[in-house]
Write a protein that binds this ligand. Structure first.
Ligand code: ADP
Length: 363
């Protein structure tokens, strides 16, 4: 909300100039208050006690200057609009004051421009302020959501462990007293608990991404090759051919990048087409600001309408009996990529295969 009565603080050592400026403003501005200060001490007191909405300042006063006044605002984290009103100034000085955070400057022999400049600066600040507030609300909501998923997944582990161990005990110690149905029901409970434990662990890992912001040199060739070693059994089982092109060494979090490659590669193997040997290629291409990676497969493919949905947590397209999974892997990938200043998407044709593209910001 714009202030009802604009409180203007004027830093000016010439009373005559201050009087002229005051008159110009009176003619053009609706509602405002005006306070004149002529030196640093009075300026500091006014910041504490007057709480101005706008500061107009001459560029140099005895033992004080507009730049020093701007620096004080920055040190105190005060984002008060600041306009220099001065005699002739050089181009270098104009650049310097804008660099120091001044919003505009007006020459004293062009004072008629001052009211317009004030209106423009205040409108711009108002828009920025609203944007800033929206961003702050969003960040807060996001943080709360992350905290919620961290705490809930963390706290859910304990009761799950209790259900799991007591149903195990029941099965072990009361087996004779249970009839066939009783045993079957308990087995169902155990299976569901196991699945819930996997989901909760996935959720917990998901909410942890980005918490440890350790960036270092990460060799993607090394990472991809390590992942291939880890996935050795799954690769051997289906005879998958995996080709890795020359990948970059970049700045990122190696643990998270490894998780990213692992999720995409294991999906490329898991979602293979029936009776087809998986052919998987990892590519990388240098772009202006990013590295563009691609994980290409010849698997079952994904319909157009589902290509965005699969990045939502717990979203799965296939039956659990057909393909094991939790629906967390790709949402994990999305979070990791976004943490590295990039984007992830898929291009795919049903029954032909998919290419998962992602970008990572270059430093
Ligand atoms: P999960 O594999 O545990 O189900 P993901 O989040 O990794 O979870 O994947 C979400 C869904 O996206 C999968 O259930 C699957 O339907 C689809 N999907 C992921 N990768 C591929 C792929 N390479 N080919 C075809 N479908 C895929």
């Amino acid at each position: 909300m714009p202030p009802e009565k604009l409180k203007i603080l004027m830093l000016e050592d010439s009373e005559t100039d201050a009087e002229i400026i005051h008159r110009v403003l009176k003619k053009e501005l609706q509602a405002f208050e005006f306070k004149l200060v002529t030196n640093k001490e009075a300026y500091l007191i006014a910041l504490d006690e007057y709480h101005p909405d706008l500061i107009l300042s001459d560029n140099s006063l005895p033992q004080f200057s507009a730049i020093e006044a701007l620096i004080i605002l920055q040190q105190r984290l005060l984002f008060i609009p600041f306009i220099i009103v001065s005699g002739a100034i050089s181009e270098e000085f104009a650049v310097d004051i804008i660099k120091h955070g001044a919003d505009d400057y007006i020459l004293k022999d062009r004072l008629t421009r001052l009211p317009v400049a004030i209106k423009e600066v205040m409108a711009k600040r108002e828009t920025n302020h609203r944007l800033y507030e929206t961003l702050e609300t969003l960040q807060k909501a996001n943080k709360e959501l992350e905290q919620f998923s961290f705490i809930s997944s963390h706290d859910l582990q304990e009761p799950l462990r209790t259900i799991s161990s007591f149903s195990e005990l029941l099965l072990k110690e009361y087996k004779q007293k249970l009839d066939g149905n009783g045993e079957m029901y308990l087995n169902f409970i155990q299976k569901s608990v196991e699945r819930m434990q996997i989901l909760v662990k996935g959720l917990l890992d998901y909410s942890r991404i980005g918490k440890e912001i350790k960036i270092s040199e990460a060799d993607c060739n090394q990472i991809a090759n390590d992942v291939i070693v880890d996935l050795g059994a799954a690769i051997a089982e289906c005879n998958a051919h995996i080709q890795i092109q020359q990948l970059p060494v970049l700045h990122g979090n190696p643990t998270e990048l490894r998780q990213l490659f692992q999720n995409l590669l294991s999906n490329a193997i898991k979602y293979r087409a029936k009776d087809t040997i998986p052919e998987i290629i990892i590519t990388a291409e240098e772009q202006t600001k990013h590295w563009l990676f691609g994980v290409h497969d010849n698997g079952i493919g994904i319909e157009d309408k589902n290509q965005e949905k699969i990045f939502i947590i717990f979203k799965r397209l296939n039956n659990r009996n057909e393909y094991e999974g939790t629906g967390i892997g790709l949402s994990h990938c999305k979070k990791i990529v976004e943490f590295h200043g990039g984007k992830i998407w898929v291009e795919s044709k049903l029954k032909e295969g998919s290419i998962f593209y992602f970008t990572i910001l270059k430093q």
